[in-house]
Design a protein around this ligand. Structure first.
Ligand code: ZN
Ligand code: ZN
Length: 124
């Protein structure tokens, strides 16, 4: 059954190989848990965005490290989409920083990692 010639899945956003695939539904579950004590604005904003992302679907060769379902976005792009949305809607800096702390997939320090440093400085 194993086909070693299977192409590795590329993230549909950044087009790079998804090296640590976590599928959209596993990430959505974690983020929904994170939202349990957040206000209505955040819950509806992030919830709406989550539905949009998980609805994208498509064919995927990657296998989620947790449930083995296919992932078509890398965890960085997934969390960055939500983070950008919250930032654009002026969600409080404390909440943004909390989100980035918990869902920090910017291992290369090229994306929202810079925002973490900036937010930490601003919030003291
Ligand atoms: Zn990506
Ligand atoms: Zn999964």
């Amino acid at each position: 059954m194993t086909n070693f010639n299977f192409p590795r899945q590329l993230c549909i956003e950044c087009k790079s190989i998804i090296s640590n695939p976590i599928c959209e539904s596993c990430l959505a579950k974690d983020i929904t848990y994170w939202m349990r004590d957040k206000n209505k604005k955040i819950v509806s904003l992030v919830g709406h965005e989550l539905n949009k992302i998980t609805g994208k679907g498509g064919h995927s060769n990657s296998s989620c490290i947790s449930c083995h379902k296919g992932a078509f976005l890398c965890p960085y792009c997934f969390t960055n989409l939500l983070y950008s949305k919250m930032k654009a809607h002026h969600i409080s800096k404390a909440v943004l920083l909390d989100f980035l702390f918990i869902f920090n997939f910017d291992f290369k320090h090229e994306g929202y990692f810079k925002d973490i440093e900036k937010l930490e400085e601003e919030l003291g």
